[in-house]
Design a protein around this ligand. Structure first.
Ligand code: SF4
Length: 244
């Protein structure tokens, strides 16, 4: 099987070209199992077109998570003079590798102090679930500038139905994590998926999500609302939770 990319870019006219994306996720791993997720879930699906890899024009399957050294090497190889941001995303959940991501960010901030660092996460990993404040502080100390957290629901019942988290109390701790990141001075964005209506899910109007995000202390400009379009329809461009 060909090797997946560690540093990649999006090749569409809709997204700024001056962001370098980082993938360090083994096996497209995640701690959630969101109903709307388009990542490959089994070996048969690996290598088949999925919307995220298609948009990134990059194959992202990694049979093991790369070392800190290798990630930094790949970033050095790919970084361009006019890059403004390095974003940890990939296909799956990057904060499964919290300590490694923190160490890499620390090094990047020393080497490229003017480049913004960002993580897109579901905010539902084991460490976050155990101690949201500790994780938020760790990321702040590492030098993280921005975090985008997929919240996707306004209460636990709806979250569990839609995102099927691995850990108990995930929603409660996820919302604590949002607040802690925000309070600790990380630019914190939250995202919600709109118009997803499968498996008995009732989509809420935008205003419900906006109200909920504001109640968490998030600024209006940091609320990301994403429209779900069915992947089986030819116009689908948005089945994955990643914002780029
Ligand atoms: S949508 Fe994101 S959080 Fe949900 S299962 Fe997929 S990768 Fe994980």
């Amino acid at each position: 099987m060909k090797k997946g990319k560690i540093a990649y870019r999006f090749e569409t006219p809709f997204y700024p070209g001056n962001i370098l994306y980082v993938n360090l996720i083994k096996n497209y791993s995640c701690v959630n199992n969101c109903r709307f997720c388009g990542r490959p879930r089994n070996k048969k699906e690996i290598g088949k077109p999925n919307i995220y890899e298609k948009k990134a024009n990059s194959f992202l399957y990694l049979s093991k998570s790369p070392s800190e050294k290798l990630v930094i090497e790949k970033i050095k190889e790919e970084i361009k003079k006019n890059d403004k941001e390095i974003a940890f995303i990939g296909l799956g959940e990057p904060l499964i590798y919290l300590d490694k991501v923190g160490r890499i960010i620390k090094k990047l901030k020393k080497k490229y102090p003017k480049i913004k660092t960002r993580i897109d996460t579901n905010g539902a990993t084991r460490e976050i679930n155990e101690n949201p404040l500790k994780v938020a502080k760790k990321l702040k100390v590492a030098g993280l500038d921005e975090i985008r957290i997929s919240v996707n629901a306004i209460n636990e019942k709806e979250y569990n139905k839609l995102c099927r988290p691995k850990f108990k109390d995930a929603f409660n701790n996820l919302t604590k994590f949002v607040k802690k990141c925000n309070k600790n001075g990380i630019n914190t964005c939250v995202s919600f998926i709109l118009n997803f209506r499968q498996g008995g899910i009732k989509s809420r109007p935008k205003k419900d999500y906006v109200k909920f995000a504001l109640s968490l202390g998030i600024r209006k400009k940091n609320i990301i609302l994403r429209n779900y379009l069915n992947v089986r329809q030819p116009k689908n461009e948005n089945r994955n939770c990643k914002r780029i």
